[in-house]
Design a protein around this ligand. Structure first.
Ligand SMILES: C[S@@+](CC[C@H](N)C(=O)[O-])C[C@H]1O[C@@H](n2cnc3c(N)ncnc32)[C@H](O)[C@@H]1O
Length: 236
């Protein structure tokens, strides 16, 4: 896997057989973000050979159906199923993740699929993302830590280009679940209502609802039955 700064790109050829136009020269991995967050997620991925289902998330598939492929940012891309699915459909994909273990797997899947994805090994709020430059920012079940300055919420919104869409999907009920012995406390995380709160007049909320989850078979999240889906468009 090659890296440019914190950006990794698999330089495999596209399905058409030509080198990816945005292929970058492989350099050295340079993770940017809190090492503790990286280590926590690496451990979680190392626990299993494959943590998630390997299939794209149902809410993403449904919400992307009406969009013209453009530049997409997949936040917390995990093992890369969404990123690969999007790249196969013609999206120019940048996929961001704190876990190097997950990214290695994701890059392997992209190689197998013969698609190019720009991998960014960073925490969302530490990544040097070009501002307002993605037609779609997708965050599927992201576990983003909440901070007093709403940094993660602002980073999600700030990455969306004018005319673009922010798609945030969470498991319903997680935000109101009591803190438990595993260390999970909903108060630590960013939930959709917090993202809506930072959007302001430049945005229109197109979807903000709870709905039955179209869940891929298998994977650690298979028991969750309902999604919270927030879809907002940046007007200016
Ligand atoms: C519940 S998993 C969802 C993975 C993937 N989106 C999916 O649906 O299969 C959350 C992911 O977010 C990543 N993550 C956690 N904090 C992050 C951060 N600050 N920036 C980027 N990714 C993060 C984790 O490593 C993990 O892969």
């Amino acid at each position: 896997m090659g890296m440019v700064g914190s950006v990794t790109e698999n330089t495999e050829n596209t399905a058409a057989g030509s080198p990816a136009s945005h292929a970058l020269t492989p350099l050295v991995d340079a993770y940017v973000g809190d090492p503790a967050v990286r280590a926590e997620w690496d451990d979680r991925y190392l626990d299993r050979q494959q943590l998630w289902s390997g299939r794209p998330n149902g809410a993403l598939v449904a919400e992307v159906a009406g969009l013209t492929p453009g530049r997409v940012l997949d936040v917390g891309c995990g093992e890369g199923a969404d990123a690969v699915w999007l790249a196969r459909r013609g999206w120019d994909v940048t996929a961001l993740e704190v876990s190097g273990v997950a990214l290695e797997r994701a890059a392997g899947h992209a190689r197998d699929a013969g698609v190019a994805v720009r991998w960014v090994h960073a925490a969302l709020t530490d990544a040097a993302l070009p501002p307002a430059s993605f037609d779609l920012v997708s965050a599927q079940y992201p576990a983003l830590l909440r901070t007093p300055d709403a940094a993660a919420e602002r980073a999600l919104a700030g990455a969306v280009a004018v005319g673009g869409v922010l798609l945030l999907v969470h498991h319903a009920g997680m935000d109101t679940r009591p803190a438990d012995e595993s260390g999970f406390d909903p108060a630590d995380y960013v939930w959709p209502s917090m993202v809506t709160a930072v959007l302001g007049d430049d945005w229109v909320v197109e979807v903000d609802e709870q709905r039955a989850r179209v869940a891929p078979d298998g994977g650690a999240g298979a028991h969750h039955t309902d999604d919270l889906v927030l879809r907002a468009r940046r007007l200016r």
